[in-house]
Design a binder for this molecule. Structure first.
Ligand code: FAD
Length: 389
């Protein structure tokens, strides 16, 4: 007979771990992770920015979970000693033609509830920006005081620790290979890295497998393929700065473009600058066969120099070095307004299968939104229990 737990969470990225922490008080919980450590996927291939929530259309899950998640995350970091810094961020227009795009962002921020002295965006003219960041060239900017950076790995370790303290267990090197309904439960089949098979029954099954969420979904018996969205991978490469330090103490973003936020400058917890991510649509065959390609093509540096010198003309020749890349799990090709892609939390009201919740398209701002997404999953499961489905 298979062991029984209340919940199986598939995937130990920041979202799966936040969900594990949230659901652990409801009963025994197992997190399956196919790699040998937590957070080796998208959760360690990103900008580590705590986003304020100004880019996404009001009413979307992205907008809601980003704003709520950002507030929760700052509180969480303070309470649990997770390293973070409220750096603030400037979104810059480098030519007058970009000012309407900034206006749209300012309107969205307002519609998304960024209205307190803590998080409301402020308009700055070129002289005000110069006073803050003398090396920055622009015709105007929006200042976001509530944007910051977080040590994502420390966050994940903290979430894991809390989940485990409440009785959850992590199974590394354990791949989800399928699930089927057996009576009132899910029977989950797994395979260890040594090839050993193992089965466990659960009441709640949560698919938080990030880039692989569609692959996992396809192995859940009884799930109509109509409820599995297409997997579109949009790669983002980063370049680091070598031989000099960036003369900025705040995050610098251009106006968004190409389904991403534009080649921006972020600072890690040590104040070291990195640039990116750019946008590169990957061949759909790579997503279909689960073959992420994380190599950074040094040739992409040319476009980085062009993009960065629009706001930092003094960027020295030869200063950019290929660093790393991440892949955004998109559900639709994104336009400049980033509207084409919302997060998808798909529960029983949508697909009709009891106790199953799946997360699709958890690209940026997934770190910022992780605690709010975990609450969202708990609410979906509470609703499922209430209707007795
Ligand atoms: C370029 C880039 C920049 C970003 N910048 C930011 C940012 O600055 N701020 C922000 O808030 N967000 C940012 N994001 C988004 C954020 O990184 C992601 O939303 C978040 O990390 C997703 O976490 P996750 O847990 O859903 O996925 P992942 O971290 O990918 O975790 C999924 C886990 O599931 C495991 N898994 C997969 N298949 C199986 C299986 N069959 N069995 C068992 N385990 C399995 C994987 O090994 C992996 O560990 C960025 C994303 C990208 C790509």
């Amino acid at each position: 007979m298979a062991d029984h737990v209340q919940t199986v969470v598939i995937g130990a990225g920041v979202v799966g771990l936040a969900i594990a922490r949230e659901l652990a008080p409801h009963g025994p919980l197992l997190v399956l992770e196919r790699e040998d450590a937590i957070g080796t996927g998208t959760s360690s291939r990103n900008s580590e920015v705590i986003h304020a929530g100004m880019y996404y259309a009001a009413g979307t899950l992205k907008a809601r979970s980003c704003v709520q998640g950002r507030r929760q995350l700052y509180d969480y970091c303070v309470e649990h000693g997770v390293a973070h810094r409220r750096t603030g961020k400037l979104i810059v227009a480098t030519e007058a033609a970009q000012l309407p795009a900034l206006k749209t962002i300012a309107e969205r921020a307002h519609a998304n509830g960024l209205t307190t002295p803590d998080d409301a965006l402020q308009w700055l003219d070129a002289a005000q920006v110069q006073a803050m960041e003398p090396a920055l060239r622009c015709v105007g900017a929006l200042w976001s005081p509530s944007t910051g950076v977080v040590d994502t790995h420390a966050l994940m370790l903290s979430l894991q620790g809390e989940a485990e303290a409440q009785g959850a267990a992590l199974a590394p090197c354990t791949e989800f290979v399928g699930a089927e309904r057996v009576g009132p439960h899910w029977r989950v089949r797994t395979r260890g890295s040594d090839g050993e098979a193992f089965e466990v029954d659960c009441t709640w099954l949560v698919n938080a497998a990030g880039l692989q969420a569609q692959h996992v979904a396809a192995r859940i018996e009884g799930l109509d393929a109509a409820h599995i969205p297409p997997a579109l991978w949009l790669k983002g490469s980063y370049f680091s700065l070598s031989g000099c330090r960036a003369p900025f103490s705040r995050l610098i973003y251009p106006v968004p473009s190409g389904g991403g936020l534009g080649v921006h400058l972020t600072l890690d917890m040590g104040g070291q600058a990195r640039f990116g991510p750019d946008t590169e649509a990957l061949d759909p065959a790579l997503a279909a066969h689960d073959q992420p390609d994380y190599r950074v093509d040094p040739q992409r540096a040319d476009a980085f120099y062009d993009a960065i010198r629009r706001y930092w003309p003094e960027l020295p020749d030869g200063a950019l070095q290929p660093a790393y890349s991440g892949i955004r799990p998109k559900l639709a090709q994104g336009g400049p307004g980033l509207d084409a892609n919302d997060f998808e939390v798909s529960g029983p009201p949508r697909h009709g299968l009891p106790g199953l919740v799946q997360l699709f398209g958890i690209e940026s701002p997934g770190i910022t939104a992780s605690l709010a997404l975990a609450s969202e999953v708990a609410q979906v499961l509470a609703g499922d229990r209430a209707t007795g489905s």
